[in-house]
Design a protein around this ligand. Structure first.
Ligand SMILES: *Cc1c(COP(=O)(O)O)cnc(C)c1O
Length: 383
């Protein structure tokens, strides 16, 4: 919901642009900090969801750690004063350059998911005479009930070490002297709204912990990744995800050993609702079943609908028409998948009307494409 003064402000700006509500972000951060501190849980922000300056500053200030999936993200987290001791570095394929950067900065932990990569991390650590802290990313084979492109915790996915490979990995680790195994890492998927998936994860983690117990392997931390979903359908009613219920599931069902810390890597749930893509209607064109509302924003500014058929709530901010109509809301890019929504009911639109595409703070601007030589999309913050 936007105030009329905010909408008046939008009218003077060149579209498309991302609008970020920093007070909502702060309120969200307060909630996540309060809810996680109750159990002494450690939350790392998954930078890949949004790396905008103002957003990173607020998240760092709130005291969260960082979860990075590339060397450049590690560099960015360091540049924004995230403590190296709070930086986790994940990813199914880290390059030598990226591993070296993380070793030089003595980050908290590499989350590694293959023997092949562990060997390279060890080799590079030997060269630098450093010890690399590593958590093994394990594929828990848990169904996340989310879109198949964003489920990651099944054996068929490329992510993680499968249980049947674990003893081979543990045997090999004995020879990798510059690797210190400090934890286990899991991440079963994203936009998870059926929280029973997290309960299933906890139960699996308990079983996997037993496996390590039986081998007398002590682990300092467990990292259960991210994935908490947001309400794309009701962004105003559910502006802040229910972090309390989320963390409580882990308190209820995950058995931590003495001195073990529990870590989370939340991305979407922290930043999704604070962002909105603001666009203008360029043209309304007649179609066969529904008319097309052609926007000046496209898949180049917001890829999620084209990439995963993701739903984003679309609102008209300026049309005062009494009659409503169904539109296919599309962008200007030369691809048929450049469509934000089909048969969307909106008040009758005309050229120049402002359109808000909601809940785009996560995996929105960061996925921007230069395809069609598009201008870089701007960001505009509101406190
Ligand atoms: C993407 C990712 C996250 C963040 O996921 P969200 O669904 O945005 O919370 C956390 N951990 C890893 C390893 C990831 O790849």
């Amino acid at each position: 919901m936007f105030r009329s003064t905010t909408i008046a402000n939008f009218k003077t700006r060149e579209t498309p642009f991302y609008f970020y509500d920093l007070s909502l972000l702060e309120a969200t951060l307060n909630e996540v900090v309060k809810a996680s501190q109750k159990y002494n849980y450690h939350v790392h922000y998954a930078l890949k969801a949004n790396t905008n300056d103002e957003i990173l500053k607020l998240i760092q200030k709130a005291g969260l750690g960082a979860d990075c999936v590339s060397g450049n993200e590690v560099e960015k987290a360091l540049a924004y004063q995230f403590a190296p001791t709070k930086i986790a570095f994940a990813g199914v394929g880290k390059s030598d350059k990226e591993i070296n950067l993380a070793l030089e900065n003595e980050i908290f932990c590499f989350n590694s998911e293959s023997i092949q990569e562990l060997e390279v991390i060890n080799e590079l650590a030997v060269e630098k005479n450093k010890i690399a802290n590593v958590a093994l990313r394990i594929n828990p084979n848990v169904m996340a009930n989310t879109h198949r492109y964003i489920t990651t915790g099944l054996e068929e996915n490329k992510f993680g070490i499968n249980m049947w490979e674990l003893s081979t990995v543990m045997d090999r680790l004995k020879d990798l002297k510059n690797i210190k195994l400090i934890g286990l890492h899991f991440h079963i998927g994203s936009q998870i709204t059926d929280l029973t998936a997290f309960k299933s994860l906890c139960i699996r983690v308990n079983e996997i912990q037993e496996w390590f117990d039986n081998r007398n392997v002590l682990l300092e931390h467990i990292n259960v990744g991210g994935g908490l979903g947001v309400d794309y359908h009701n962004p105003d009613e559910n502006a802040i995800p229910d972090f309390e219920t989320f963390f409580k599931i882990f308190d209820d069902f995950l058995t931590l050993k003495k001195h073990q810390t529990l870590h989370f890597e939340l991305g979407r749930s922290i930043v999704a609702q604070c962002g909105t893509l603001i666009s203008r209607v360029l043209y309304v064109k007649n179609g066969v079943k529904t008319d097309f509302a052609i926007l000046d924003a496209g898949m180049t500014e917001l890829l999620r609908p084209a990439l995963y058929q993701a739903y984003h709530k679309i609102e008209s901010l300026t049309s005062k028409a009494d009659i409503s109509q169904k539109y296919d809301v599309v962008g200007p890019i030369c691809e048929s998948s450049d469509c934000f929504g089909k048969a969307i009911e909106l008040p009758e639109l005309k050229r120049g009307d402002l359109i808000a595409i909601r809940t785009t703070g996560a995996y929105g601007q960061v996925m921007e494409l230069s395809y069609n030589l598009r201008d870089k999309v701007k960001a505009f913050y509101h406190t």
